[in-house]
Design a protein around this ligand. Sequence first.
Ligand SMILES: Cc1ncc(COP(=O)(O)O)c(C=O)c1O
Length: 391
Amino acid sequence: MTNKLKKLLVEKASSGTSPWCAYVYDLPALATHAQHMKQHLPQNCQLYYAAKANPDVRLLNTLAPHVDGFEAASAGELAHLNEQQFGKPLIFGGPGKTTEDLQQALNQHVACIHVESLTELKRLATLCANGSQTQTIMLRMNIALDGIAGSKLQMGGQATPFGLDPSDLGTALALIQESQHLEFDGFHFHSMSHQMSVENHLKLMERYFQINREWESQWHIRSKVLNVGGGIGVNYQCVDEQFNWEQFCSQLDELIKQHDLQTRQIRFECGRFVSAFCGHYVMEVIDLKQSHGQWFAIGKGGTHHFRTPAAQSHNHPVWVHRNGQAAVVHNSTANIVGQLCTPKDRLHHQLPVQELALGDYLVFTLAGAYAWNISHQNFLMHAPPQVVYLE
Ligand SMILES: Cc1ncc(COP(=O)(O)O)c(C=O)c1O
């Protein structure tokens, strides 16, 4: 826990206000981390932020100076990003784009649209022709990943609704050629999230580079950009053993040279690995009870604020911040749960605790990505958490 966070918790506990629960975002830590990511990438690589991981305006503004642009995966995200006027390119992906979504993207003059199906491609070609507007596009491809280890969340390498099947590539390229208004920039690949292995991710990059070369020679095209997606994982179990970004970047540099891709742009659109580390979700212990021999600590809040542990089916890393009351639980374990009337509202199963009392704070780390924004916030109509920004 950082000193700034500790100070905030001490201040909050001594303020005597009613039970507290909050997201706490460390903005300088986010800026430093994004800078670090960008600085280690090979020269011809770009870092975009996938806003779906956390579209909080203060986070986006903190990231803006350090990233090359932002990726939106819905018309809503696109409008939200556009409102901020970052002066950075916006790119638009995601399956199931309607005619209205595509028209909005055209009106906003997005830098690139990632086309995910032949239907989308036809819709876009028609809109562009009707409006005499040119649009840069990339084709998102779902390629075979034989021999490459998968992760726990795969969008590609198997039957999924994402991207184009390689068997549709010829038709897609013919449609682009027929259209006077679509500019092909290259291929987009986002095959998996939760990647924990540098070696496997490099193999994935290599597969993308190889297939791009094959397609360039087969179809007589040239990709200016390769969007290699996001997908770098966060280790929620061993928090000190995270994906080695520096090592990945230095080996990627070699790989780019081996494949003679120095003159192309390699674009990353990372979400989780960018914003997860800067966020904490804090719940105050409001009840402690025993049930059939097990302790339960009920925190203010729950999975309706912080669905990450339920979504990942994991025990989320958490610290206990003691607030000075006499401990009720000693050298035992406690299930950390929230205020919802469902047994699924559990954030940590049998957490070992030395001491725990009413009024203590449970501080969940790695809560800056796919947390508040993926939660079922209206279930039971509890009040939302506070949001505090450490500056
Ligand atoms: C197309 C696309 N790009 C980028 C991302 C961001 O992935 P991550 O947060 O794992 O980096 C996702 C996540 O679902 C995605 O679907």
